[in-house]
Design a protein around this ligand. Sequence first.
Ligand code: BEZ
Length: 252
Amino acid sequence: MPKTEAWNANLYDSKHAFVFAFGQELVDLLQPQSEERVLDIGCGTGHLTAKIAESGASVIGIDSSPTMIAKAQVTYPALTFEVADARHFAFTQPFNAVFSNAALHWIQDAETVVIQIVKSLKPGGRLVVEFGGKDNVGAIVSSLQKALQQVGHTSQTAWYYPSIGEYASLLEKHGFRVTQAWHFDRPTKLEDGELGLRNWLAMFASSSLDQLSPEEYEAVLNQIETQLRPTLYREGDWYADYKRIRIVASKA
Ligand code: BEZ
């Protein structure tokens, strides 16, 4: 889920298409039915919302970024999208299912999100989510921290990457029954060959990089590339060390 307006919906679609390309499996796990109401939290540019809608389900996509929602609405004019924060949304009709792909790691206050989700579901309603799990992009994050320190700055990124135990406990605390959980590696090829890691950092770590002068920016990116090349660069492409947590749960 985009945190800032610096997010560029076109760049997101063209260079980071893997974010929603991987999501089809999660839609399959959701198994949306034609008579259902489904909420897609952190829908970005709406591609998975549209996939869910293909089932005939009535789906609403929300995202905190107005630019993402504007692009989603232009791309899929027949679907319903709203700018809304996952910590504060409210709908009058409850949902049969809540879905979210690659969004919940943007929100540190996971408990508030879970409380909102449980309130928005019908009894028996299901939750199907996937996002960054424990140690997600661990090599990139530690290299970023180290490179920033060397030019006298600290990392401003604040992602939420829980383990299965941590997230399942949170869901259980709020009345969910967790029926399936995975934590798995998904090394992810970044678009644009040699530029892949730079593009990824520019898009997703802007809160840390925006504080740098142009010279510091170059020094930091060069250092990260040098440090990570032996492990994350293969045959002309960069691979991000993604680790996903995927959860299926139902409201008791
Ligand atoms: C992720 O999908 O795991 C992710 C994306 C951007 C920044 C950090 C993590």
